[in-house]
Design a protein around this ligand. Structure first.
Ligand SMILES: [Zn+2]
Length: 309
């Protein structure tokens, strides 16, 4: 009898848990929700189960140095604009005005900036999508670009190199990052609203790193990290994190999902690399010493050989 009751309860729970619904992050998956968590995003869109998915864990020592990964060329990134922040139910997103683009660094063409958004943890805890040697940073910025021969993102995501996303990690700093003040101020005004506008103007240039800190980056072929998971993205993930004060990081956790729960842990878990190469720009610092060692060994071996001859 007990067994029958348990089976009945289990069946009821399963029924509730497997109801139809939109996709959601793992933090939203519970028996009162009908949304589909990252493990079953492929039920929302089949591409989420495909072979070049993002994010990934980047292993610096197995990344390949590539001299073609020269510093990126940013155009229009200095242009100031009043940002409209939108809570789209999964993140906070800003649609960009026309006129900013990125090229160079072995990107095959010019890519126009379309929007940017963030992924974060819970109260400053782990929250980035990509991880670096297994380390998950508290937050990650994605600036989404589409190649300039496309007029819409919907078209660009059908091309294996139609989209270029720049990914930036964040790290907690002792003092606030004043360049983020206007943005964070608007964010705090969004606790109960779906949109907010910055009082003063911001620029992409002010949100990212200095040019000197952007020469070190990783490159691989991947996908969007939310359904449709389209495999159209040339990823550039910068090694240096952007500093952000603790209170500034916490401001993101005050946003709410559409069900009223705190919008936290808005990241997809890392996906299998499946043999894809990850390239690194040659000035990538964290591997410089390690990568010199085998070089020195082969140089001495070559010298030894020439002496023998
Ligand atoms: Zn993203």
């Amino acid at each position: 009898m007990l067994c029958l009751v348990s089976s009945f309860l289990l069946a009821s729970i399963l029924k509730i848990c497997t109801g139809v619904g939109d996709w959601c992050y793992q933090a939203q998956v519970n028996c009162n929700s009908t949304c589909k968590g990252p493990d079953i995003w492929y039920k929302v869109h089949k591409d989420c189960n495909s072979h070049r998915q993002s994010p990934i864990n980047i292993v610096t020592k197995s990344s390949r140095p590539d001299t073609r990964l020269t510093p990126l060329v940013f155009t229009g990134y200095q242009k100031a604009f009043r940002a409209v922040l939108r809570n789209d139910g999964h993140s906070v997103k800003v649609t960009l005005p026309h006129g900013s683009s990125v090229s160079g660094g072995n990107l095959q063409g010019i890519y126009n900036a379309v929007q940017f958004h963030f992924h974060w943890g819970e109260k400053g805890g782990p929250g980035s999508e990509h991880t670096l040697d297994g380390e998950q940073y508290p937050m990650e910025l994605h600036i989404v670009h589409m190649r300039n021969d496309f007029s819409s993102l919907d078209e660009a995501i059908k091309d294996p190199s139609g989209v270029a996303v720049l990914g930036f990690f964040y790290e907690e700093s002792k003092s606030p990052n004043r360049k983020y003040d206007a943005f964070i101020h608007a964010l705090k005004a969004m606790e109960n609203d779906r949109t907010a506008t910055t009082n003063s103007e911001i620029s992409l240039h002010n949100l990212i790193l200095s040019e000197a800190n952007m020469t070190q980056y990783f490159r691989y072929d991947g996908s969007l990290t939310t359904p449709t998971c389209s495999e159209a993205v040339i990823w550039t993930v910068f090694e240096h994190p952007i500093p952000l004060g603790r209170d500034q990081l916490l401001a993101f956790s005050s946003l709410k999902y559409s069900d009223g729960m705190p919008m936290v842990k808005t990241f997809r878990p890392v996906q299998p690399r499946r043999g894809r190469p990850v390239y690194r720009s040659c000035s990538s610092s964290s591997v410089a010493v390690g990568s010199l060692a085998p070089l020195l060994v082969s140089v001495s071996a070559a010298l030894g050989l020439s002496q023998l001859n």
